[in-house]
Design a binder for this molecule. Structure first.
Ligand code: AMP
Ligand code: MG
Length: 441
């Protein structure tokens, strides 16, 4: 049996980033840069005003106060976007708006609040330092300097700097195209009636959503019966175009009821292994076909699928996209302890709250069975228990891998705490409010 770390290493060792493509900025959100990007221009591009006010030469209004103001003739208005060349004239001012170019020779902007706001002859009531309220050219980014490094994922702020610098297209790994397949004679797609002994396929929709939430293009290609030929043909078909294939089910022991394992054993670099983890023990991975497409064959139980995705598939997606990846866990105090299997890392579903000190507290949700999707849907995260532990004691600290964005978990935590507080303090508050009313009356 391999450890989780050994299996992950074996998977990642076989992966190289997919080829880069040139994409317009409008389609670059969420992609990962394959090259450093330098700015061709200074940012700001030109010295411009940080305020609505009057552009002046600071030395010409030194010592000015509300009691001893100075009146300067106004040469005109400069609005944002006004590109005509403007020059300062001694002991004059330009009325200027935020973002407008500062005239040649002027070195400061007096805020409109420190003037009488007159359009022709402005009364200046405050002195300023040279450089005041002026955003100098190149203050933010120097022309020729690197603004984003290869391996950076392009989020909203990264789009903003690329657009500001006029970078219209970038070299990036595109969204990965991931094909998801479910296997099992018992499966029926949701929306169709289930017969005796049948169940609805939940892994397909879940895996496709996990892929999309990771920023990629997840296609659920449907479910297959436990038929070796059909499974082989379907996987082969997707090897012509997919960047990654993920199957679920049919990998436990091999034989006719585990056709995925049977039909792929010995093909390409496929390896079927037992990994020391709970859930998710039977794992398969390898590169298949001419294009050496990575293929994950995950176990069938929905909780095992989700855990396997977090532990192996998510890091693999990042590696294929050329992105650095490290899972982030949060510490939490255990409210109610549980057992953990010896020699296997355990991923235990927990909900999170806050204890009185403000730290996260973890409460197990549902039992340990990896078929329990109801409990899975209530979990905020997975408590990651090291292989050597056999018990997780009440009051001990564990690390929790969040299954939802932390801000979403936080919003629920705050809402629950507020509701609990309101329930506790309501009667007292009513009394106090009544007492207050009587006092005033
Ligand atoms: P298997 O690994 O194929 O033996 O499947 C293990 C368990 O997971 C069985 O109870 C299956 O019915 C269940 N299972 C397999 N695939 C799916 C799926 N796509 N959706 C829901 N349950 C599944
Ligand atoms: Mg099966």
């Amino acid at each position: 049996m391999r450890t989780v770390a050994e299996h992950l290493e074996a998977v990642l060792a076989q992966l190289t980033p997919v080829a880069a493509t040139t994409v317009p900025l409008s389609q670059a959100h969420g992609l990962v840069l394959t090259e450093d990007v330098s700015s061709p221009v200074d940012l700001p591009r030109f010295a411009n005003s940080a305020m609505d006010g009057y552009a002046v030469r600071a030395s010409e209004i030194s010592g000015v106060t509300p009691e001893e103001p100075r009146v300067l003739p106004v040469l005109g208005d400069i609005a944002a976007g006004d590109g005509s060349p403007r020059t300062h004239r001694d002991f004059h001012a330009w009325r200027i708006l935020t973002g407008a170019p500062v005239p040649e020779g002027a070195d400061a902007v007096v805020r409109v609040e420190d003037t009488d706001g007159h359009p022709r002859e402005v009364m200046i009531k405050a002195a300023v330092e040279a450089g005041a309220n002026v955003r100098p050219a190149g203050e933010d980014v120097r022309a020729g300097s690197v603004i984003l490094r290869a391996g950076t994922r392009i989020g909203p702020a990264q789009l903003a700097v690329l657009a500001s610098a006029g970078v219209a297209e970038v070299s990036a790994t595109g969204q990965l195209s991931v094909v998801v397949l479910s296997t099992g004679n018992e499966l029926v797609p949701v929306g169709e009636p289930v017969g005796p002994g049948q169940i609805h396929d939940s892994n397909g929709p879940m895996l496709a959503a996990l892929v999309r939430a990771a920023g990629h293009f997840g296609v659920f290609a449907g479910h297959l019966p436990d038929d070796e030929k059909a499974i082989k043909a379907e996987i082969d078909h997707h090897l012509t175009h997919a960047d990654l294939v993920v199957t679920s089910g049919g990998v436990s022991k091999g034989g006719s009821y585990d056709p995925v394992k049977s039909v792929l054993t010995g093909v390409g670099s496929m390896e079927f292994t037992e990994v020391g983890m709970q859930p998710g023990k039977p794992q398969g991975f390898g590169l298949l076909g001419k294009r050496k497409v990575p293929v994950f064959t995950l176990p069938g139980n929905p909780v095992s699928v989700l855990v396997s995705f977090e532990v192996f598939v998510r890091p693999a997606l990042a590696a294929l996209a050329g992105q650095r990846y490290e899972p982030v866990t949060v510490p939490a105090v255990v409210l109610q302890g549980w057992d953990s299997p010896e020699g296997r890392a355990q991923y235990h579903r927990v909900s999170l709250s806050r204890d009185t000190s403000g730290a996260y507290a973890a409460q197990p949700v549902s039992g340990p069975g990896s078929h329990l999707v109801g409990g899975l849907a209530l979990a905020d995260g997975l408590a990651v228990i090291p292989a050597e532990a056999t018990q997780v004691a009440t009051g001990s600290e564990v690390r929790v891998l969040p299954l939802r964005p932390l801000w979403e978990i936080e919003a629920d935590v705050v809402a629950e705490r507020d509701a609990a507080q309101a329930a506790e303090t309501d009667p007292a508050e009513t009394d106090a409010a009544e007492a207050g009313r009587e006092d005033r009356g």
